[in-house]
Ligand binder design. Structure first.
Ligand code: PRP
Ligand code: URA
Length: 240
């Protein structure tokens, strides 16, 4: 169904003065798809990066804020174990701590933009790289290069790519990881904007990978760009 226009904005405004915005499509009956809460903050950040008039410095700044939200949500999916600490006033606090090893894997080039956000949350995290480029004519992905931590099969993998269009690149990256022994269940795919077609294709091929995205958009155009999308993420972050 088309994205509904929901009321967003501060509560102090009367209902008839509240701005409306298009929020993410929902993906029904897919427990492995997690869409960030469509808060006014997130919608405002997405509005900035979708705007064709937003220049590179602002594009980077606002993208980074969304990436940070995605990383924080991704980390919520990692297992924790009970952990009790004693506070400076001598009282115990029953909490948790992360268990297990993680690594990031970026799909180059655009996915590299998400490495910094991951590093800000996970100091000295190991990061692998997979260079996959989409053919501009056919939209088919081609694998050029991969360099991954040697013990990656024992780690949780945060796979990084801001755009999920046809899904071809992300599926290819997951296949590379599976070829190294990483089970689908231990891969979290962090993504800014996905198309419904890309999500469906991805889940059909690699159903156990968890997708954490900020927004599921309307669809794809005849060049397999996401619409309304934001254009070419890599160009806007690195070169335009
Ligand atoms: C973009 C994007 C994804 C891919 C998505 O990368 O970052 O990797 O396209 O499209 P798909 O879902 O149809 O495969 P691109 O190959 O354009 O390279 P870039 O990272 O250098 O911009
Ligand atoms: N890659 C992008 O950067 N944007 C799209 O819309 C599709 C692929």
């Amino acid at each position: 169904c088309p994205s509904p226009a929901l009321g967003v904005g501060p509560d102090y405004r009367p209902a008839n003065e509240k701005p409306t915005a298009t929020v993410s499509r929902q993906v029904k009956n897919q427990p492995n798809v997690h869409i960030l809460p469509q808060t006014p903050q997130l919608i405002a950040l997405l509005t900035m990066i979708r705007d064709e008039n937003t220049q590179r410095a602002d594009f980077i700044f606002y993208s980074n804020r969304i990436i940070r939200l995605l990383v924080e949500e991704g980390l919520n999916h990692l297992p924790v174990v009970p952990h009790t600490v004693t506070s400076p006033v001598g009282k115990d606090y029953t909490g948790v701590r992360f268990e297990g090893k993680i690594c990031g894997v970026s799909i180059m080039r655009a996915g590299e933009s998400m490495e910094q956000g991951l590093r800000e949350c996970c100091r000295s995290v190991r990061i692998g790289k997979i260079l996959i480029q989409r053919n501009e004519e056919t939209s088919l992905p081609k694998l050029f290069y991969e360099k991954l931590p040697p013990d990656i099969k024992d780690r949780w993998v945060l796979l990084l790519d801001p755009m999920l269009a046809t899904g071809g690149s992300a599926i290819m990256a997951v296949e590379v990881l599976k070829g190294k022994g990483v089970p689908e269940e231990r891969i979290l795919f962090l993504n800014l904007i996905a198309s419904p077609e890309g999500i469906a294709n991805f889940l059909e091929k690699v159903p156990k990978v968890r997708v954490i995205t900020a927004f599921v958009d309307q669809g794809l155009n005849d060049k397999n760009y996401i619409v309304p999308g934001l254009g070419d993420f890599g160009d806007r972050f690195y070169t335009l």
